[in-house]
Design a protein around this ligand. Structure first.
Ligand code: C2E
Ligand code: CA
Ligand code: CA
Length: 528
């Protein structure tokens, strides 16, 4: 990944993390608002229900009182009649006044003021009613010229009437309840407002009633119609200031959203940092089997014939090939090396399984790390895998460096298990560690690989120029094989062979090859 791509990716990740943080908070806010509106609608509905119940009840009671006047047998406006009117007005607490009028609508008498002859009602005529039912009941809404002077609601029938305070219709609503501040009772047959809470705009309410908004959660109005009477209630939500809205906002939702956002954002940040870190990328590579294997031929120095190959792992990272020195230490540190070792083995058997089966004289050596040498795990994987392919145990050899002997006792046991199973074991990079010699004493092995650094100095004046020669002598004494690594020049090969090294490996013979190239290389040197 180049710098530009990295920058673009980092920008993208920041955007994703920010979205991860903000989206749940935003959703939380929307839910909070929704929940607030839902609660509000619920409250409006409750108020509407109570108001309608009250309106029906008052109407029923006024009708009852009207019915009672109808049953009075005394002559209208006679003293006994007036006495009955007063009784009815007193016994029905909703009734403010009761009385009679003639067929021209002229006032005759009132429970409050007595007969017309008293003078007060003289010449007073009722206007045409605001509403008239099929069975002759009439209603006047907001009559102010009645006894007592206040605006009254009047219900009349067959020449007699009852008057009531219109606010009775809504007086059960708590005036301090700001939800109830916009309640109106409407006669649905004539679309007239019968009563409203104070400071309610009757025209606005009527307009709402006429357009009859659907009962949606977020509507600021609720309309409820009576099923038995031509009555409806419209309740409008009070206008709230921003401060009031914020105060009543369900903060739980909002906080939940913010917390979810933070959790999600941290998770996203953690996820991306992990994925983008070398460790994350290496784990990805293991999961996606992004490793390939190169085979460096090992030759017999005397005949120059190929005897086998060392398997060298490479990480195919996008279009780049990453050398093992750059990722093996990390893989060892992060516990990914065993999975990589397994993938190397799988690749060897996939690419060279048939070749090895056909040519039992060739082998492939596999580099193992400390973790591979602490248990028999890899041996347990190796055995069945090669058996299935028909590859012999001696065709897979093991290379172990001193660094992998950290747990010396365990390594010793595992190494002897490999040898018992038929896999030759080589001590890699021999001479570079502090205790190479003591390892030779403690571990029974099959061969040494002379490190390239000692091969490099062959033929030079350097103090270490004779180390390779000493190692070869020592190997002869211990009766173990020697493979010299990193041979780049003919003189090195000639010298090492003359000193008694049997095998060599290096660019002089071949660089690491692909499986197909290696098979061709082996064929060429066989024919040589
Ligand atoms: P090594 O086991 O000492 O492998 C030899 C290294 O020397 C290889 O480097 C090889 O490409 C390089 N080489 C071979 N001949 C010459 C030469 O003539 N001149 C020069 N300059 N270099 C030469 P490579 O492939 O980069 O491997 C580096 C190290 O990575 C290996 O050192 C080995 O310790 C480790 N490694 C490679 N494959 C694996 C593996 O599958 N598992 C584990 N655990 N380690 C591995
Ligand atoms: Ca090696
Ligand atoms: Ca080596």
């Amino acid at each position: 990944m180049n710098k530009l791509q990295r920058g673009a990716l980092a920008a993208l990740l920041i955007v994703i993390v920010v979205i991860a943080a903000l989206a749940p908070a935003g959703i939380g806010f929307l839910f909070a608002q929704r929940s607030q509106r839902h609660d509000e609608a619920e409250r409006l509905n409750t108020v509407a229900k109570a108001a309608l119940y009250r309106a029906e009840d008052v109407t029923r009671r006024l009708s009852g009182a009207l019915g009672e006047i109808g049953k009075v047998s005394a002559a209208p406006c006679s003293p006994p009649y007036l006495k009955e009117l007063r009784r009815i007005a007193l016994t029905h607490e909703q009734v403010r006044d009761a009385g009679a009028y003639d067929h021209d609508g002229r006032w005759q008498c009132s429970s409050l003021l007595g007969a017309v002859s008293a003078g007060v009602l003289d010449g007073l005529t009722l206007p045409p009613p605001d509403w008239r039912s099929r069975d002759g009941v009439m209603a006047w809404y907001g009559l102010s010229r009645l006894p007592g002077g206040k605006s009254s609601l009047v219900m009349g029938r067959n020449g007699f009437y009852v008057a009531a305070d219109p606010s009775l219709y809504i007086d059960t609503l708590d005036a301090n309840d700001d939800v109830a501040s916009g309640v109106a009772i409407i006669n649905t047959e004539v679309s007239r407002v019968i009563a409203t809470t104070p400071a309610t705009d009757a025209n606005a309410i009527l307009a709402v009633y006429r357009t009859a908004p659907p009962a949606r959660d977020c509507s600021p109005y609720v309309v409820r119609r009576s099923v038995s009477m031509p009555l409806a209630v419209v309740v409008s939500a009070p206008h709230q200031t921003l401060h009031q809205r914020l105060r009543t906002l369900p903060w739980g939702w909002l906080l939940g959203g913010v917390v979810a956002g933070l959790v999600l954002a941290s998770w996203a940040a953690f996820f991306f940092v992990r994925r983008l870190s070398p460790r994350g990328q290496l784990s990805d590579a293991v999961r996606r089997h992004q490793f390939i294997v190169a085979y460096q031929p090992i030759v017999d120095l005397a005949t120059r014939r190929c005897v086998g190959a060392e398997a060298l792992v490479r990480w195919k990272y996008h279009d780049r090939i990453v050398r093992p020195d750059h990722f093996i230490p990390l893989a060892e540190h992060r516990g990914l090396i065993q999975a990589i070792t397994d993938q190397v083995l799988d690749t060897i058997l996939l690419e060279l399984g048939d070749f090895l089966k056909r040519y039992p004289e060739y082998y492939v050596s596999v580099n193992l790390s400390a973790q591979d040498l602490t248990t028999r795990r890899f041996l347990d994987v190796l055995g069945p895998a090669i058996a299935q392919q028909g590859v012999r145990a001696q065709q897979i050899r093991i290379e172990a460096t001193e660094r992998s002997f950290l747990d010396a006792d365990a390594a010793k046991e595992v190494i002897s298990a490999f040898r018992e199973a038929g896999h030759a074991v080589y001590l890699d990079d021999f001479g570079t560690g502090y205790s190479s010699l003591s390892h030779l004493q403690n571990f029974r092995i099959d061969g040494l690989k002379i490190d390239k650094s000692f091969v490099d100095t062959v033929g030079q004046d350097a103090a270490s120029s004779s180390v390779a020669s000493h190692i070869i002598d020592m190997a002869a004494t211990l009766d173990v094989q020697v493979i010299a690594e990193g041979i780049e020049h003919e003189e090195q090969a000639a010298y090492l062979q003359a000193r008694g090294a049997q095998y060599g490996q290096g660019w002089l013979f071949s660089a690491p090859l692909s499986a197909a190239e290696f098979i061709r290389y082996a064929g060429r040197t066989r024919g040589a």
